[in-house]
Design a protein around this ligand. Sequence first.
Ligand SMILES: [Zn+2]
Length: 398
Amino acid sequence: MTLILRNGRTDAGEPISLTLADGLIADLDPAPEATPEASCIDLEGRLLLPGLIDAHVHLDKTLMGRPWIPHAGGGDVASRVAAEKTLRRGLDWDVGRQGDALLRRLSASGTTTVRTHVDVDDLVKLDNLHAVLALRDRWAGRMTIQIVAFPQSGVLNCPGMPDLLDAALSEGADLVGGLDPVGFDGDMDGGLDVVFGLADRHGKPADIHLHDRGPAGLAQLRAIAERAQALGMVGQVAVSHALALGEPHLEGFEGALEALARAGVSIVTSIPGDGAFPSIAGLARAGVNLCLGSDNIRDAWSPMSVTGMIERAMLAAYRSGYRSDDQLRRCLELSLIGGARALGLTPGAIAPGAPADLIALDAPNIPAAVVERARPDLVVRGGVVVVDRIDSRKGLTS
Ligand SMILES: [Zn+2]
């Protein structure tokens, strides 16, 4: 099926029309017209961008798709893990239904590629993984989904976890995850031995949750970078959160950044609202790839339902004190370019031969889309229209 998108506009303000075929951008045509073999959508001057990449969600944790569940307060990581288990035990948990509701929201926000962590532990075992694998099958034409086997209950403190992670990687998980080797398991080398041992044995990448701050956080970042290099996993390891990278006063901070850059370790940030996070400018200066992820979306960890990378880019700009157009553009590029690099993909482009993962926004350019938190009116994934709100918005002013 051929699809023509006409009368769009680039970030530079240039008019553009595209012909999409076989899941790719086939042609840049200045003024294509519909033919009997092709359908045509008039973008009416909307901004056309590659699909957005959300590098960190939890499809199996969300409460979306259910009636409102009251949210409890905070606490440290261990107490929140326990609170989440208590909550789940009291509910008829349905990963398929709840994850589907979240994917719909992500898709409507312009996300065409997502990496999800999926809990693996001694209670759920591989049940959540199997449910998310089935969800991925159902969404195969609408969303690219990478799956991380995530030891939410710890790698060493949860009985049988190494074997469970091993089984998860054999049964379809794309990456092995990890969780605060020091802060949660109390054994940096023991925890990393398991994670990197599994990654090496299965030939799969790793994406490790690291909330630990201070010298312990930096020491773990250095250890992760060293292990990635030693195992030939340069460019195949991500660290989610890496909150210690928001503490530039720490001794050895620059050395840790250099080690991360050498090992091609990507950092994923959700732009947390309650403390320091990795500096966008600082990581760019050091050559460390940084990208954005939603992390928890209306679940036991957070009540917030910020589902879009454009909204997340606005939060990045807001919390960084950014004002210039270049800075605002850089915040969305964390998803477009940084996200692709972190997920081992080629950054999207509006060019012949590029995947036809595209969004159209009612905004003149990227900086305006970020400050207005523009919601896509059209989302195309693999050349197929996933979301189309153009007709329904006719006559609206924005
Ligand atoms: Zn997470």
